[in-house]
Design a protein around this ligand. Structure first.
Ligand code: 4NP
Length: 165
């Protein structure tokens, strides 16, 4: 569990491809933060480079839209070392993403102590805490629905933890 902290001024959501989970999380987080009256810069990125410049997966777009989230205009990008300087908090959708982010951070940590804090996206969630948001890319419609359900739940838990401080 993260030390209870003040609201971060910037949060980066990270998955593998940045075309399914993290763009969805970006928009869910943005809407929930706005409703809560929290001013947070929010962005997303992927650890992989296959989809740089691509719009979100059409299935992710469709499922997001059916829950009131428009992610059509987002464009995938790859996480960079710069992100560890620009963001206060980087949230990984799964444990592999978290390990990949830690490896990047460890390479930077020698020279800089003010790098982004890292955590699993589900970390604050009483329902899904510690779980991965499962990669839906090879999955079906149920998998994309599960992604939205988990993202909404875990984003809400972060926002509530910040509102309480
Ligand atoms: P995401 O899903 O990490 O939620 O964006 C994936 C998208 C693409 C691939 C893997 C996962 N891929 O291997 O291309």
């Amino acid at each position: 569990m993260l030390k209870k902290a003040c609201t971060p001024s910037s949060v980066l959501l990270v998955c593998l491809g940045n075309i399914c989970r993290s763009p969805t999380a970006e928009e869910v987080f943005r809407q929930q933060a706005a409703i809560a009256g929290l001013s947070i810069k929010i962005d997303s990125a992927g650890t992989g480079d296959w989809h740089i410049g691509h719009a979100p997966d059409e299935r992710a777009q469709r499922h997001a839209k059916s829950h009131g989230y428009n992610i059509n205009k987002l464009k995938a990008r790859q996480v960079s070392a710069d992100d560890f300087h620009k963001f206060d908090l980087i949230l990984a959708m799964d444990t592999q993403n978290l390990a990949d982010l830690k490896a990047i951070k460890d390479n930077l940590a020698d020279t800089d102590t003010s790098l982004a804090q890292l955590a699993l996206f589900s970390e604050e969630d009483p329902t899904y805490g510690g779980d991965d948001v499962p990669d839906p890319y090879q999955g079906d419609s149920n998998d994309f629905e599960e992604v939205i359900e988990r993202i909404e739940s875990s984003a809400k838990s972060w926002i509530e933890s910040w509102k309480a401080n």
